[in-house]
Ligand binder design. Structure first.
Ligand SMILES: CC(C)(COP(=O)(O)OP(=O)(O)OC[C@H]1O[C@@H](n2cnc3c(N)ncnc32)[C@H](O)[C@@H]1OP(=O)(O)O)[C@@H](O)C(=O)NCCC(=O)NCCS
Length: 153
């Protein structure tokens, strides 16, 4: 199968359903809703991996950091379950980082559940992110997260 990568823009309701489906299969109740995804499409940056029919199989969502010029925050990244473990997530993020540089982005920050070993392996081992903070109760009681950062080359 041929997979390609591209930025997504504001889109049809059918495409919106597809990309919401990827989020839901990854995060269930914690998935980004249309009320976040649509503003991200319009005012942030959303990147997708698509199959040969142009159907999205993975998405990554970035917002510019207003408090730190040059930084972008990776709000979410998810790959459809059948495509996981095949490098799609890593390659999508590499594509996104290269594309974001043209907007003056020089660093990426994210938060990750310390128990999400797949995501940690992608961020730390495969992409070179470093832990910059261990944030207790980041998203409420018991919801600890690692804050990670990568300087783009
Ligand atoms: C995290 C995620 C985006 C990574 O995308 P991916 O395409 O699966 O990642 P890759 O294939 O590039 O790399 C995954 C690595 O984890 C390893 N891995 C370990 N357990 C795995 C599992 N259960 N599933 C997939 N990969 C696993 C793989 O072997 C691979 O490392 P390797 O290439 O050195 O062998 C994807 O797995 C996903 O959508 N997970 C659910 C949503 C999520 O947790 N998002 C991140 C929130 S911070």
């Amino acid at each position: 199968m041929t997979i390609s990568f591209k930025p997504l823009e504001h889109t049809s309701s059918e495409r919106l359903e597809q990309i919401m489906g990827i989020e839901k299969q990854a995060f269930g109740k914690g998935a980004l809703s249309e009320y976040v995804i649509v503003p991200m499409l319009r005012y942030g940056k959303v990147y997708a991996a698509v199959d040969e029919d142009d159907d999205p199989i993975a998405c990554a969502y970035f917002m510019r950091d207003i408090n730190e010029i040059g930084n972008a925050y990776l709000m979410s990244v998810a790959v459809l379950p059948v495509f996981r473990g095949k490098d799609v997530g890593t390659e999508l993020l590499k594509y996104a980082f290269t594309h974001l540089k043209r907007f003056g982005i020089t660093s990426i920050r994210l938060t990750v559940d310390p128990a999400n070993f797949t995501a940690l392996s992608v961020y730390r081992e495969k992409l070179g992110f470093a832990v910059v903070e261990n944030s207790k109760d980041e998203y409420g009681e018991g919801e600890d997260r690692l804050v990670m950062e990568l300087a783009l080359k």
